[in-house]
Write a protein that binds this ligand. Structure first.
Ligand SMILES: [Zn+2]
Length: 385
């Protein structure tokens, strides 16, 4: 039988410069813990992690810390569950490994990778799962699926016709896709000018969504025009990414089916024409007020990896309250990714994805840009010096 020391050494060898997974339990103390479900801040708190899972999260006075636990005192920081970004592209801009590290060190312990020109993302996901590379848990779409000459036809990966869409969905699933990404409409300017237009046929859209569901994968759509997002939601899409010119009937449908919108406003403000951004922001502001479910996403790869938390202030600007902005990146994103109870929450049995930030996010959302401590699946990846 392998000794504990040998197991730790092997883990170190596997991870290179990354710290080994804790063999014994860890007790992480901090002055505050934000319970993202209730919105309450618990003072003098501790999170106990053991075997990659949360064993306890709450007041220190009620905790039973195992006597041999490794103790980490983070002082005047605020503990939170690891953050979730439901829309990134880790293979865009820089090396995927460096992007993964920047992302997890910024406190994002789970990401959904919504499109690439090849399948390298699956290898990165698997390397991270196996502990060979430091990074966030990844749910990956593999290649974008869109029409020939359409929005997502990069390097000739576009297809045409319902059969071809169906085939590509099957192919991505066979290669390892966790989610299917379908491109329905163009960008903001087109969507605003021509609200009734989108670039793929209903037959193609339905074929892609139905085939994704047949393979038990959710379908995430890039749909911005009023008619495009309406068709996608009507035909069964599970997640709508980017802000959209969404109409009232579609908002009601999304609310009823809990189809989240992932706004990506910070990236829009930098990459899209200002008048179009303002127009869509006012639509999404109304939709949020009407109860549209929001999940956090950034389109990182378009913005720099590791700057994901900039999106929080953008959400606040469209009327999302601070606690709901935090929930968008925790409990709501977890539900959008079908991992509720496992991620986005500090409770017994959840994945030991724990971060600590400098400040209280409910008073100041920029605290989420000051991540000082990160544990991902029980492995400490960042700690105060
Ligand atoms: Zn994207």
């Amino acid at each position: 039988m392998m000794t504990r020391v040998a197991a730790v050494c092997m883990a170190f060898a596997m991870l290179g410069s990354t710290p080994a997974p804790a063999v014994r339990a860890s007790a992480i103390y901090a002055t505050h813990l934000l319970d993202v479900r209730t919105g309450r801040t618990i003072d003098d708190a501790v999170v106990i992690a053991s075997g990659g899972r949360v064993a306890y999260a709450g007041a220190r006075s009620a905790a039973r810390v195992p006597p041999d636990a490794e103790r980490v005192d983070l002082g005047a920081l605020t503990l939170l569950p690891g953050l979730i970004d439901a829309h990134v592209h880790l293979t865009l801009g820089g090396t995927p490994e460096a992007n993964a590290r920047a992302t997890v060190e910024a406190g994002f312990t789970t990401v959904q990778d919504l499109g690439a020109v090849d399948e390298t993302i699956f290898r990165l996901r698997d390397d991270i799962d196996a502990g060979r590379v430091a990074g966030p848990r990844i749910l990956a779409a593999g290649r974008w699926i869109g029409r020939t000459n359409g929005t997502c036809d990069f390097s000739g990966i576009g297809v045409r016709g319902a059969d071809a869409f169906r085939q590509r969905v099957r192919e991505e699933i066979r290669r390892g896709a966790d989610v299917i990404k379908v491109c329905v409409s163009g960008w903001l300017a087109d969507a605003r000018r021509e609200p009734d237009r989108y670039e793929i046929s209903n037959e193609e859209l339905e074929a892609a969504i139905t085939e994704a569901h047949r393979g038990r994968r959710p379908a995430a759509v890039h749909a911005l025009s009023t008619a495009g997002v309406a068709a996608a939601v009507r035909l069964g899409a599970d997640l709508v990414v980017h802000s959209a010119f969404v109409d009232r009937q579609t908002i009601d449908r999304m609310r009823a089916r809990r189809v989240h919108l992932v706004p990506t406003l910070f990236s829009f403000a930098r990459a899209q024409p200002e008048a179009d951004v303002q127009a869509v922001e006012s639509v999404v502001r109304g939709a949020v007020a009407a109860g549209l479910p929001i999940a956090f996403g950034t389109d990182a790869g378009v913005i720099a990896h590791g700057r994901n938390a900039r999106e929080f202030e953008a959400l606040a600007r469209i009327g999302v309250t601070p606690i709901d902005a935090v929930r968008a990146a925790t409990v709501h994103a977890a539900r959008a990714l079908r991992l509720d109870g496992t991620i986005g929450v500090l409770q017994k049995g959840a994945s030991a994805d724990v971060i600590a930030v400098d400040g209280n996010p409910l008073d100041d959302l920029t605290a989420l840009q000051r991540v000082r401590y990160v544990m991902a699946r029980g492995v400490t990846l960042r700690a105060p010096q």
